[in-house]
Ligand binder design. Sequence first.
Ligand code: XMP
Length: 510
Amino acid sequence: MILIIDFGSQYNQLIARRVRELEVYCQIEPPEIALETIKALQPEGIILSGGPASIYEPKSPKVDKGIFDLNIPILGICYGLQYMVDSLGGKVIRSAKREYGFAQLHIVREGKGIFAGVTENTRCWMSHGDTIDQLPAGFAITASTANTPAAAMEDPVRRLYGLQFHPEVVHTPEGKKMLENFLFSVCGCRKSWTMASFIRDSVEEIRSTVGDRKVVLGLSGGVDSSVAALLLHQAIGNQLTCVFVDNGLLRQGEAEKVRSLFKQHFHMNVRFARAKAQFLDALKGIVDPERKRKIIGRVFVEVFDQEARKIRDVDYLAQGTLYPDVIESRSAFGGPSAVIKSHHNVGGLPRRMKLKLIEPLKHLFKDEVRLLGRELGLSDDMIWRHPFPGPGLGIRIIGEVTDKRLSLLRKADAILLEEIKAADYYGRLWQSFVVLLPLKSVGIMGDQRTYEHIAAIRAVTSDDAMTADWARLPHDLLGKIANRIINEVRGINRVVYDISSKPPSTIEWE
Ligand code: XMP
């Protein structure tokens, strides 16, 4: 196991993903972690991450310096390297020239350490304002760039290594090799982190936690809750009951799809709560996006609670929380400072229902959840589904949500998805959907004047939904979609394409 100390770099999760891609388990922990806890984890190696602070700022993050005496190999990256240098008696100064972007890295000493097998002159990605002025005793420089003489250093006796650049980003082409060297040559890790091994361990853990009690899970049909449900089902069979809330704000055919997959194909216990009327009643006359979101969230909790109470002896609530949520929620450095949109998650549930929480995916990244899903028998079609927001079509109808508008949107959205898939664009997009506008415009059909709704197509590319770009879909494809929507959905006579990026826009319109 590799322990990663989180000094707040935007690349932290990337370090963890690289380590896991190399089939070694790792955990990200905040710098406040106690030395005793670190010892108890028995890591084979420690990686000190980068971070935005300067080592000489009074409030810069610090981990217990006792880690340097544990006789565990340590790799410091960027701020992590500077922390190591400062802690061990070297000197870090603000450099005259800040260095951002590509740099040519010259390896001066390959040794048997980090640079074994790496090309002598290679590229690396720099992002730092501070630099090493004086190495601590026992260290030697192993690589340099034109601006940074101490771009890498090591003390092979104490097995302490430092890189000023970022080996975890793709812009350091041989970075993965360097991490591989650290894990296997320096730390002596074995490849043991695979989804098959994860399933074995989790199944055992879930069984011993749950015993003969029951678990309830909110199944949405999205990747995370679907995979969590399958994993729990594998562990405890029908002690698991899934609750699917049909809020009436779902895409066409969604409830049937979930029924046939989880009930008929996987033979799981799924209760369907049909609550469209409850949601639409609560949304009557509401046009403010935040109010809509809050109402949908509140009614969801009520309906779920009602349904779950019908199951006897439930002690646990399972959720498909992923590792990034866990890391971000406890990070002192990250996290959104302003609420842009109140996300509809099931956060209020455990408190209200007095249930214990089980989060079987809480140590996994999204790409691992997909691999796990495949291992558990989920089709590619399900694994690669676009994200769908909890408040569903409710936030894709601008203005009041009514049955009539839902029906228009559902039809238009189904056409869009059908065409996007047929043109083989689905896998290339982060999301694609239709938004129904509260505006009407004049059109002509046959010899008749029409005065009907406007639909907007939204299709974006993105890596993580934090930023997104509008997709450059071929004009012919857009034309075909617009044509079909206008011809087939009575009530829509105009289609527009959204060409805004995030930021400053957002992906969803509300
Ligand atoms: P925005 O609109 O903020 O969306 O750019 C970013 C991503 O989050 C999804 N989204 C949600 N997901 N509950 C969710 O689970 C929500 O309430 C919610 N609102 C937006 C959105 O679809 C996009 O992928």
